[in-house]
Design a protein around this ligand. Structure first.
Ligand SMILES: Nc1ncnc2c1ncn2[C@@H]1O[C@H](COP(=O)(O)OP(=O)(O)OP(=O)(O)O)[C@@H](O)[C@H]1O
Ligand SMILES: [Mg+2]
Length: 326
């Protein structure tokens, strides 16, 4: 297949990307500023196990919104945790840099990792709010890494910290629920609170590990809209692992696919073919493909249009009619 190129405008960065075939790599010769995330030759094995990540290399520009897909066990969460500095990579040639500074090199977390971690907000499927604390306090906890421990432990947040938290809750549309306990919110609202916590933290890179996996379609859409909004309007770089492929196609201009710990696709989302996705997910795919995305059919035009609109940086993208699948 001949190589094609496209321009992806997402957040503050304009990214010129070359895609070679369905299984290709992304190059960015135009970029001069440090990558938001740069993963070089990273492998990861857990004790007595086969490698979970095998020589993974990828780079994410500042302001990109990238989906991470792959079958269960392909290594998505492991990759996310290594990028966030939550687990170490194998000793050897591998390295992870965040905004140009090393996070880990050759299996060792670097001295600058603490500062780098503050720039990365991580959101998980399980929301990870403290159920008995108010939503406002949960959001304030985003400041924990930047305040004396005693204040965090006793929950004594300054007025300006609470203001900042209220502002973040407002940005994700749940300011009205600030004084409720975390446990009183719906799943979608809890996930939005978790996103607000990363904003309070001041994260410039948001990494979300299946943030919509346990949400109903309407709440899932809302969370993805918020991630896309933060990306487009606030320049936050987003890496989001998704089980639902159509959300990757619909919201993320670029997709990285893992198979058995290796990158097997890195390119424009709308170029993903049903045949490739079917092969990527194998038997698991049967439960993942929604109407119109079944193996053997063409990618729906509405999804292509939507992905193309986002790629062109159009804020007025016609949202795909996910409700039809709800
Ligand atoms: N702490 C651990 N100890 C041992 N093996 C692990 C550990 N964490 C992950 N693994 C293994 O690594 C492989 C990849 O797991 P990972 O959670 O990264 O996959 P995933 O792509 O996120 O899957 P899913 O879609 O089910 O969340 C799996 O085989 C898993 O059993
Ligand atoms: Mg996972």
């Amino acid at each position: 297949m001949t190589a094609t190129s496209y321009a992806a405008e997402s957040g503050s960065a304009r990214t010129q990307v070359a895609v070679a075939g369905a299984v290709g790599t992304v190059q960015n010769p135009a970029a001069t500023e440090p990558k938001a995330v740069e993963v070089r030759s990273v492998s990861k094995s857990f004790k007595d196990h086969q490698p979970v990540l095998r020589d993974v290399s990828l780079a994410i520009e500042r302001g990109e919104m990238v989906a991470l897909i792959g079958a269960s066990g392909s290594g998505k969460s492991t990759l996310i945790r290594t990028i966030a500095g939550l687990i170490t990579i194998d000793a050897g040639a591998g390295s992870i840099h965040v905004q140009g500074a090393p996070m880990q090199i050759g299996g060792r977390i670097t001295a600058s990792a603490q500062a780098q971690r503050a720039k990365i907000g991580v959101v998980f499927q399980q929301f990870n709010l403290v159920p008995r604390l108010s939503v406002l306090t949960n959001a304030c906890l985003g400041r924990l890494g930047q305040m004396p421990t005693w204040r965090g432990v006793t929950g004594r947040f300054l007025h300006e910290e609470k203001q900042r938290a209220m502002h973040a809750l407002d940005r994700v549309g749940i300011a009205d629920h600030a004084l409720k306990r975390g446990s009183e919110l719906s799943g979608g609202q809890q996930q939005r609170a978790a996103i607000a916590r990363t904003l309070v933290q001041g994260a410039e890179i948001l990494i979300a590990d299946e943030p919509i996996a346990s949400l109903d379609p309407s709440s899932a859409r809302r969370v993805m809209e918020i991630l896309a909004h933060l990306n487009r309007n606030h320049g936050i770089t987003v890496l989001v692992s998704l089980h639902q492929v159509e959300y990757a196609l619909g919201y993320c201009p670029r997709t990285i696919a893992l198979r058995q710990g290796q990158v097997v696709y890195d390119g424009i989302s709308s170029a993903l073919t049903p045949a490739f996705l079917s092969e990527l997910y194998g038997a698991e795919g049967e439960s993942l493909f929604l109407p119109g995305l079944e193996p053997g059919t063409t990618t729906p035009q509405r999804t292509r249009n939507f992905a193309a609109a986002i790629v062109q940086g159009s804020g007025a993208a016609d949202r795909p009619a996910f409700a039809a699948h709800a």
